[in-house]
Design a protein around this ligand. Structure first.
Ligand code: NOJ
Length: 586
């Protein structure tokens, strides 16, 4: 039956009003911190941990794998701390059975990992060649997980684009990535979809486009300021939608799975919640990050505020059109609603205030487009990565924001965790226990607020290659000794603590939770001893190696003994000289 035209228009207006009112629901002016909440998660809540292919697998050139942009980028000098690479990383390719045992020990319900595109399609182009050995590896990994009743949650793109696609087409700058990615995804559904029921198309596309195409800190290392990131994001959003439709029309009927995307969502809190300008700036911060991808996927187009800001800056810069690309009406309806669940990767929060960035002064840039400044509270703990401050209440705020903006979607927290510094070989990671306890508790409060969170993924199972930071930041529940060839894993205290949260499905009461903390820290001292013994052994081995290698030993002696000694002597002599001068003056 055809509806009269005016009825259709009334419906449109109603839908628009509903969307607008939903978007206005989030209350920026109320931040209800609340005290610790003892209680449990809904039955069936899924507890997991995660990792990704390039960060953990190693075996970068083994068994027919092609090169990825990260293989090439990390081999270029000066791109990664200490010029480290993911060549061998945790050797996860060889040790996955051991790792599944660790997951079992933790009693995980799910494990999140990614498939390396060039491991199964070496050039990225399916018609070139499919690498059976790569398929076999993921087959075995998935089977081992299933045998242990651990649900695989699989990411198709965790940043390791085949290098050939970068060289031939310019990677995500080029629209042809959409069909190549779709073919890869389709192959994964065909080969693994009988067992994998949770698919994530892209992991954290914000990082892919901003760090890969704007700042160049990540592979492919391009600095196409103010335009490259928007273009790459445009293609990624379309590629996501295409793959969702492929699954929806060709596989869902048989395989009965879910397919979503994992977005990074740092929270932005207005510096002054009574100041409208700060509120608007904080909203811009979130919209230019999470909203950039979530709004097209849930509502069909970019956030209005992005269109306004990038548009007017582009005009001021004398450009004929906005640097933010546009979707056609057909594309909007094709993209809208392509998400069965939303993955959220959340680590930290910033305070946000309005700050004018007059356009043109420093050229165009994604960061300048937002007209804001980011601040941190110096009292916030920051145990590891420079950017990662522990602000648990930001997590609840973000989850509530997602609920109100996108119609309370099904959410899986796909990443949450904290790092420590490389040189810290301390397995008694009390700060991580604190972080997990508080962040998981805020997630519980959000569920009480009505947010539809179905699962939580601690990031990460193992210490691993941390992109441009190399191995200098350790996110793992398990410590990995990267200096040892066999890459042994040692449990940190947080393993025991997380295990208890999982087995109680939450936080029973204060006495019990305090007990967990005490016991977790007690158990780690024996692992600490093991690790210390191993370290002494490898230090001794290194000394022996140095004795046998006079050139290296000479150079190390210069940097480790001669330079510090000379510096100390200089400082001492200057001090004596100064005292002498002062005395003479008196
Ligand atoms: C988000 C990325 O997806 C993940 O790979 C990385 O380990 C974490 N951020 C921590 O930096």
């Amino acid at each position: 039956m055809m509806l009269p035209r005016c009825a259709v228009s009334v419906c449109h207006v109603l839908v628009l009003v509903l969307c607008l009112s939903a978007a206005e629901d989030f209350d920026w002016t109320k931040n209800n911190y609340g005290s610790f909440y003892y209680g449990t998660f809904p039955a069936g809540f899924s507890w997991g941990a995660g990792g990704s292919a390039y960060q953990t697998e190693g075996a970068w050139d083994q068994d027919g794998k092609g090169l990825s942009i990260w293989d090439v980028f990390s081999h270029r000098k000066g791109k990664i701390q200490q010029n480290e690479t993911g060549d061998s990383s945790c050797e996860g390719y060889y040790k996955f059975k051991d790792d599944v045992s660790l997951m079992k020990e933790l009693k995980l319900n799910h494990y999140r990992f990614s498939i390396s595109w060039p491991r199964i399609i070496p050039t990225g182009i399916k018609s070139d060649h499919v690498n059976e050995k790569g398929i076999q590896y993921y087959d075995e990994l998935i089977d081992t997980l299933m045998e242990n009743k651990i649900t695989p949650i699989v990411t198709l793109y965790h940043w390791d684009l085949p290098q050939v696609l970068q060289e031939k087409y310019g990677g995500w700058q080029n629209i042809s990535m959409i069909s190549h990615f779709n073919e890869f995804a389709n192959l994964c559904f065909e080969k693994f979809g009988n067992r994998v029921k949770y698919w994530i198309t892209f992991n954290n596309p914000w990082s892919v486009v901003v760090e890969g195409y704007e700042t160049g800190e990540h592979a492919p290392g391009l600095r196409l300021k103010g335009a490259g990131a928007y273009r790459a994001a445009h293609h990624i959003i379309k590629a996501h939608a295409k793959v969702w439709h492929t699954y929806d029309t060709q596989w869902r009927g048989r395989q009965k799975g879910f397919i979503g995307i994992s977005l990074s969502g740092d929270w932005g809190e207005p510096v002054d919640i009574s100041n409208q300008k700060d509120i608007e700036a904080a909203e811009r911060y979130v919209q230019f990050n999470l909203g950039w991808f979530a709004t097209p996927i849930f509502h069909g187009d970019y956030p209005q505020v992005m269109k306004d800001f990038v548009g007017s800056k582009s005009v001021q810069q004398g450009l004929g059109t906005s640097r933010l690309p546009t979707f056609s009406p057909q594309e909007k309806s094709y993209i809208k609603g392509t998400c069965d669940f939303l993955g959220i990767g959340h680590f930290t929060t910033r305070y946000i205030t309005h700050k004018n960035n007059p356009s043109g002064r420093s050229g165009s840039s994604y960061f300048a487009d937002r007209d804001l400044a980011e601040l941190v509270d110096p009292r916030w703990p920051d145990p590891g990565s420079e950017w990662l401050y522990s602000v648990p209440w930001g997590f609840r705020r973000l989850l509530n924001f997602v609920k109100t903006q996108y119609g309370n979607p099904m959410i899986y927290v796909t990443e949450n965790g904290v790092s420590e510094k490389m040189l810290c070989t301390e397995l008694c990671d009390e700060w991580r226990i604190q972080y997990f306890q508080d962040y998981i508790n805020e997630m519980l409060k959000a569920i009480r607020d009505g947010v539809n969170v179905k699962g939580y993924t601690a990031w990460s199972l193992l210490d691993k290659f941390e992109w441009d930071e190399g191995y200098s930041e350790r996110f793992g529940l398990y410590y990995v000794d990267f200096r040892s060839k066999n890459k042994p894993r040692y449990p940190k205290a947080s393993v025991q603590f997380y295990k208890r949260i999982i087995s109680s499905n939450g936080f029973p009461n204060q006495r019990e939770v305090e007990n967990w903390r005490r016991k977790s820290v007690e158990t780690c001292s024996s692992s600490n001893q093991l690790l210390a013994a191993e370290e002494q052994r490898s230090t001794a081995a290194n000394i022996l190696r140095l004795i046998h290698d006079p050139l290296t030993s000479h150079m190390e002696m210069v940097t480790e003994i001669v330079v510090p000694t000379v510096c100390t002597l200089c400082i001492l002599l200057s001090a004596i000289f100064l005292m002498f001068l002062l005395r003479r003056r008196n």
